[in-house]
Design a protein around this ligand. Structure first.
Ligand SMILES: [Fe+2]
Length: 336
């Protein structure tokens, strides 16, 4: 199988996954969840919008919560550019690709570039945010899962090879990938910042947001977040884990927020900086991809996702057939 090669000197410099804009039904309910369970810090509340950042983050926000006018959704996922010049160069690139980029002014970001990628995923790029004091050593103020910084997004799309090809041209490098026995791509892990991923695309109905992930300092913070969730009545929202991933090797736990948006807390990623490292290949049938130990995820983890506001969804061909907890238990029962 021929994998798209990364463009090592792309015409602009995307540095990392930066922020996500979600809409929610009840800002007060979301506030309690994100502050007490996930442990994010409220930087600013303005005009009915909550701006959050992780405990190590100096930039103004990595999570933006806005009141939903309809079904709670994701408005955009955000990436950072190194400089204003990179934003301008990216605008020209997207125009050349027929992606219809647009300039918008966004609070606490200034000039921001809006564009939709070829999978239909709505993106925004900015090069500046106001700087806040890092709170990483303010231990007395840390809460719940102690979310340290935003790390990556996972998106479901019906055309994973198209996503790989386009993001490779933007300078993203493939760290790991998942294929079927007949070499069909089912998942790609793409990175700009030097760890396993900034954005992940998986085969599924989409484009839809599967999850947003925040790094957390220690494995104990995953358990602390679960305990806080349980004690505050969010226990049923602990959807998967704690467990260990195959690709990326992270220890993780997934939560559903009060609107069903999926948030991952994780740690123990590795560095992926040197270019001679070949992407790691995984077989979709290998149980170690999904659960090196323990049990597979519930069916809802594979199928339930957050819509992008106003974006049409296309069904994948073929339909995904993951090894769900339900299927795993049925197969175990049949063997007895
Ligand atoms: Fe993840």
């Amino acid at each position: 199988m021929q994998l798209s090669k990364p463009v090592l000197r792309p015409p602009f410099n995307i540095t990392r996954a930066s922020h996500v804009v979600l809409t929610v039904a009840d800002l007060a309910a979301s506030r309690r969840f994100y502050e007490e369970v996930i442990g994010l810090l409220l930087t600013t509340e303005a005009d009915g919008t909550l701006y959050y950042r992780g405990i190590e983050e100096a930039c103004h926000h990595s999570l933006v919560l806005q009141r939903a006018t309809g079904t709670p959704a994701c408005r955009r996922i955000g990436m950072r550019m190194l400089s204003e010049d990179d934003l301008a160069d990216a605008f020209a690139f997207f125009e050349q690709q027929g992606c219809a980029p647009a300039w918008v002014e966004i609070p606490f970001q200034g000039r921001t570039l809006h564009v939709t990628d070829p999978t239909g995923t709505p993106l925004e790029f900015c090069a500046h945010m106001p700087v806040e004091a890092r709170q990483i050593t303010s231990f007395a103020s840390h809460r719940g899962g102690c979310a340290q910084r935003i790390d990556h997004y996972q998106i479901h799309v019906p055309q994973v090879p198209r996503a790989l090809e386009f993001y490779s041209r933007m300078g993203f490098r493939l760290s790991e990938y998942i294929v079927t026995d007949d070499d069909q791509l089912r998942g790609v892990f793409l990175q700009r910042k030097g760890n396993p991923h900034d954005i992940v695309f998986f085969h599924g109905a989409g484009p839809r947001l599967h999850h947003v992930a925040f790094f957390t300092p220690e494995g104990q913070h995953l358990l602390k977040a679960c305990d806080v969730a349980g004690s505050l009545g969010y226990g049923r929202g602990v959807e998967r884990g704690p467990g260990r991933h195959g690709p990326g090797h992270a220890m993780f736990v997934y939560f559903r927020d009060p609107d069903g948006h999926r948030i991952e807390l994780f740690n123990t990623h590795y560095q992926a900086i040197d270019i001679e490292n070949e992407p790691v290949r995984w077989s979709v049938g290998d149980p170690n991809v999904s659960f090196p130990w323990g049990l597979p995820a519930q069916r809802r983890w594979f199928e339930e996702t957050t819509p992008f506001e106003g974006v049409a969804v296309r069904e994948p061909e073929p339909e995904p057939a993951p090894l769900t907890l339900e299927r795993f238990l049925a197969e175990q029962a049949e063997r007895k």
